[in-house]
Design a protein. Structure first.
Lengths: 241, 67
């Protein structure tokens, strides 16, 4: 899942400065299960914004809602009625959801309520850890299913480095050394000899280093490609409704 | 007119224990301040932070959870 955490309340308040009607919009997918931006968090944030504004002596009408998935335009339409007349939307989605909101409702001011952290999983109640860095060229087949790109502090492809001490990374005693884990796993699987294979420098261009990602599946695509369109598709407008 | 502050406290009570205790206290003619308002819950596990926030938003000075 995409793991995120909520911004400090004062930062969110500053982002909504000048707005008198605020809608806090949660997302029902990744950020719900990491307890950062689901319906409950949206409700609590809306109440917190109202109370903080009241303490500051200003008027703020904060409502809350949630859509099943903020990262697809179609799902955002469900929120359209609740956004009528709103000055500002606080999106409790990941960065994808915030931008989907901006693209779907360009006339609305949408601000982020979360900091998107990583792709990860819960390792125990209340603890989430990164597992994937979205590098675009998966190496898990080389490392027996433990990602050195996401889990080694240096993203080394030939590790461990000298900072691995007692199975932990030198950056923190709470951070396992990914290459120590890889070593242990290869040993358990009986092919430790694979660790001696030297990996060449990684091509980072399939991932974020290669520019904004884009995947086109012609077999799934409908309609003409963008170059043949007479004009770009316009997201429907709240103002026009 | 008294200027003494009398807090309004919302008491969230579990039906199966604390609410019963409050009932018993009433039967024993024990008194508690008028500013305490009891909200009976099927279980305090039902209590959500949103309920507590709503109590404060509606003017409560404090929340009391008993269960």
């Amino acid at each position: 899942m995409i793991v995120a955490e909520q911004k400090p309340l004062d930062e969110i308040l500053a982002l909504t400065e000048g707005a008198e009607r605020v809608a806090v919009l949660g997302c029902g997918t990744c950020v719900t299960v990491c307890f950062a931006g689901g319906e409950k968090e949206a409700e609590v944030l809306a109440a917190s914004l109202r109370m903080r504004a009241r303490v500051q002596g200003r008027s703020l009408d904060a409502t809350h809602g949630v859509v099943q998935r903020q990262c697809e335009w179609e799902y955002l339409d469900a929120a359209r009625p609740s956004l009528e007349g709103v000055d500002c939307v606080v999106s409790l989605a990941c960065g994808v959801g915030v931008q989907a909101m901006v693209e779907r409702f360009p006339e609305l001011r949408t601000v982020p309520g979360l900091n998107t952290k990583f792709y990860g999983l819960p390792t125990e109640h209340g603890v989430w850890e990164a597992r994937c860095a979205g590098c675009g060229d998966c190496v898990l087949g080389l490392t027996d299913g433990i990602c050195p790109v996401a889990r080694c502090s240096k993203s080394l492809l030939n590790g461990p480095c000298g900072g691995s001490q007692g199975g932990k990374c030198e950056i923190s005693p709470d951070t396992p050394c990914a290459w120590h884990l890889i070593y242990e796993r290869m040993e358990a699987l009986g092919h430790l000899d694979r660790l001696a294979e030297i990996q060449p420098p990684k091509d980072w261009s399939p991932g974020p280093s290669g520019g904004p990602g884009r995947i086109v599946r012609e077999d799934l695509r409908r309609g003409p490609p963008p170059a043949e369109e007479s004009e770009p598709a316009q997201p429907s407008s709240l103002l026009a409704s | 007119m008294s200027q003494e502050f009398e807090p309004r406290i919302v008491a969230f009570c579990c039906h199966h224990c604390a609410y019963g205790a409050a009932d018993l206290a009433g039967a024993m003619r024990l008194r508690y301040p008028e500013g305490v308002r009891v909200v009976r819950l099927p279980c305090t596990g039902k209590l959500d932070v949103a309920h507590v926030l709503e109590a404060f938003e509606r003017g409560a000075d404090g929340a009391f959870v008993a269960g």
